[in-house]
Design a protein around this ligand. Structure first.
Ligand SMILES: Nc1ncnc2c1ncn2[C@@H]1O[C@H](COP(=O)(O)OP(=O)(O)OP(=O)(O)O)[C@@H](O)[C@H]1O
Length: 235
């Protein structure tokens, strides 16, 4: 039986002739945050999608909170909060309606106060009843983070949560990640923003060509030295 968190072993995902993920191993312990870095097309989002139960693995195993995404897909999905890299929002619905829908799908009760607080935390309280059609990219990102975190998942998967988000929104997103870690969730953050990743994650895994090249302490990737080290891993 697995100990929880995220466990990915020998993961492969194939789309026809394209091998998007070609043997990835990852481990995120409960209460830890791991950043997933790598160039465009390295396989980050596909790995996140497998863990979120959106894309099936072609080979290997992926477990969230002890549940194998293939053998126990419903249980696995229940354990996960997922902020996809793009999409996921209904243009004609308001943030509050998104929360209502998410709560209904997950059969949550007594979620309203947490929902309100999360919207306030991500500075969306003032637009809680405005349809998302006119939202800026950063506002949509922040709402996707709220939706991922609403049910206090054991595994929080954030794909490009900082993309287009202003510094205050980034700090608020850090807060959501810290809160999740503090209650024992495993957090996986896929991003191109190395400097932000190392501020909020203790470890960084680098993917290249669908495989993991390294997992290193975040300090190794910080500052100018870290930028050079990262480039060296990508080259
Ligand atoms: N549904 C799909 N059908 C075909 N190919 C796909 C599909 N999804 C991803 N791929 C391919 O798999 C590879 C990995 O894509 P993925 O989106 O996982 O990379 P990424 O590291 O998240 O990239 P980025 O940083 O640009 O978001 C790419 O070559 C991509 O074109």
């Amino acid at each position: 039986m697995s100990s929880g968190g995220v466990e990915v072993t020998g993961l492969r995902v194939r789309f026809g002739p394209v091998e998007a993920v070609a043997g990835v191993d990852l481990r995120v312990e409960p209460g830890q945050a791991l950043a997933l870095l790598g160039r465009n097309g390295a396989g980050k989002s596909t790995t996140m999608r497998v863990l979120a139960g959106v894309v099936p693995p072609s080979a290997g195993t992926a477990r969230v909170a002890g549940y194998d995404v293939r053998a126990a897909p419903l249980e696995a999905k229940r354990m996960v909060g997922y902020c996809p890299d793009v999409g996921g929002l209904v243009p004609r619905a308001t943030p509050w309606e998104h929360l209502q829908l998410s709560a209904r799908l997950r059969r949550l009760t007594g979620w309203e106060e947490r929902g309100r607080l999360l919207l306030e935390q991500l500075d969306l309280g003032g637009v809680a009843h405005r349809v998302t059609a006119g939202f800026s990219h950063g506002m949509s990102r922040r709402l996707s983070v709220v939706l991922a975190a609403l049910h206090e998942p054991a595994v929080l998967l954030l794909d490009e949560p900082f993309d287009g988000v202003d510094p205050i929104g980034v700090e608020a997103t850090f807060g959501v990640i810290e809160d999740a870690r503090a209650r024992g969730a495993a957090v996986l953050v896929s991003t191109h923003l190395r400097d932000l990743a190392v501020q909020v994650c203790a470890e960084v895994a680098v993917l290249r060509g669908g495989t993991r090249t390294a997992t290193v302490p975040a300090g190794f990737m910080s500052g100018d030295e870290g930028a050079r080290a990262y480039r060296a891993l990508l080259a």
